[in-house]
Design a protein around this ligand. Structure first.
Ligand code: ASP
Length: 450
């Protein structure tokens, strides 16, 4: 049994949905289908989820929302008309919106319910379309499917009891089409995952039904070893481990939601990234373990928007609890940190800039000065992180030498180097304006010169 998830671009138009139906028909093992809401058809287009958010926000701010509603309906009607489906589905969408607005849910939950309408309606449309082609298929609401989530609107997590409920889906004879991105709390409130969360639903369903494969259909042929907007025509990755994929998606690989790996990983279900526009291509397969041959570096990732909080104090290494107290100040101020490379008498904390806006920075620095009495404390903004990733880096000598050679060739100064003892990734901090040059140079050294 395979679980296939189709992302926003794969369901953005009637033409794309026709390809989806063909893919479903071409393999009888594709029994559970998870869908996103329609995404962009071209680069300036809007995602339906974004339109729905605007609609919900207009309503909640007591502003006119008719235009936003029209825009949503237009997106769906362009699909249903071309697929020759009844107008009943459009009426249902209108009713869904009205009933959310008329409900007595608190504001936050109203917005959650509005956001979910994109996926929910698309799942209804796809199942109706499959039926019109004579395929036995039905729409399945996440509540009926058994997707039970924690009460964290906008960033819900799956609860363990879901998996046994989902296992029962194996008994179904027909294909089930499940909307991604949302589920229900134990109390029955509708809550969503974080943005892009349909990947998470797919992974949860795959884990629940103990699928042989979780196929994630998107709009690229495979995962590339480096960001194709930085390097032209980069090499494709044919296989990588969960751990490698997790590290790459942390630092900017946006092909697959990073939370989506966990359920598949825990249940040891291979994940395959495929292209709806080229379904016969090999794609990229993500597995627990792979043979250690070939290039020890599988990919290079980079992400911008970081800062370093630098604290130094003579004899810091002998001051018991210094690190804990520093991190405690951050915790106290609700700031999440990413990494903490350190020296003998200094410690840097790498933080996403969004976590520490300037007004918070003043407060944090004041507290550090008062509570830790450092010699120096300051922040350095506009940092980018670059990671080279590969599980077999741990048994290869000379990787760091090559990497630093690449930075030197690109004439980019290294602000920070970090490698944990798992040696699955090596991380470099550089100023944002040097990131592209550095990534290109790393690609040349690790992928072209080998
Ligand atoms: N539609 C949702 C979003 O745009 C979830 C998804 O597409 O995966 O974030």
């Amino acid at each position: 049994m395979k679980v296939a998830k189709f992302g926003g671009s794969s369901v953005a138009s009637a033409a794309q949905l026709k390809k989806v139906a063909q893919i479903i028909q071409s393999d009888n093992d594709r029994k559970a289908i998870v869908v996103s809401a329609p995404g962009k058809r071209f680069s300036e287009d809007n995602k339906v989820t974004d339109l729905l958010i605007k609609l919900g926000e207009a309503y909640l701010a007591d502003k006119p929302y008719q235009n936003q509603l029209e825009e949503v309906l237009l997106r769906f009607s362009s699909i249903t008309t071309e697929l020759d489906l009844s107008d009943r589905i459009l009426e249902e969408i209108k009713d869904d919106v009205s009933s959310v607005f008329a409900s007595d849910y608190p504001k936050e939950l109203k917005l959650e319910a509005i956001k979910s309408i994109g996926e929910d309606s698309l799942a209804k449309i796809l199942s109706a379309y499959l039926q019109s082609l004579g395929i036995k298929a039905s729409y399945l609401n996440p509540k009926e499917a058994g997707i039970i989530l924690s009460d964290e609107p906008g960033s819900a997590q799956i609860l363990d009891e879901s998996f046994d409920l989902l296992y029962k889906l194996r008994e179904r004879k027909e294909i089930v089409v499940i909307p991604g991105f949302f589920g229900y709390t134990k109390e029955g409130k509708l809550v969503t995952f974080s943005r892009g969360g349909s990947d998470i639903t797919g992974s949860i369903v795959a884990a629940g039904v103990k699928a042989d494969l979780y196929e994630n259909f998107t709009d690229v042929d495979s995962v590339y070893c480096v960001n194709p907007t930085i390097v032209d025509n980069p090499k494709e990755i044919t296989s990588l481990t969960y751990k490698e994929m997790r590290e790459l998606s942390y630092a900017g690989f946006s092909v697959f939601h990073d939370e989506a790996l966990i359920p598949a990983f825990k249940a040891s279900i291979p994940v395959c990234i495929k292209n709806t526009n080229n379904p016969d291509g090999l794609g990229t397969i993500i597995v627990s373990e792979k043979e250690k041959n070939g290039n020890p570096v599988v990919g290079i990732a980079s992400d911008t928007g970081f800062l370093s909080l630098y604290v130094s104090k003579y004899l810091m290494n002998r001051e018991l609890g210094f690190g804990r107290r520093l991190l405690h100040i951050l915790e106290d101020e609700g700031i999440s940190f990413e990494h903490t490379p350190s020296g003998i008498d200094d410690m840097s904390v790498i933080i996403r800039e969004s976590e520490l806006p300037e007004h918070k920075e003043l407060k944090v620095i004041k507290r550090i000065k008062e509570e830790l009495d450092p010699d120096q404390v300051y922040t350095e903004r506009d940092l980018a992180l670059i990671m080279i990733v590969g599980e077999s880096m741990n048994s290869s000598v000379g990787i760091a030498a090559k990497a630093t050679e690449a930075f030197s060739r690109a004439n980019v100064n290294l602000e920070m180097i970090n490698q944990g003892s798992s040696e699955t990734s090596m991380m470099f901090g550089v100023k944002e304006d040097g990131v592209k040059q550095a990534v290109k140079s790393l690609y040349e050294i690790f992928f072209l010169e080998n």
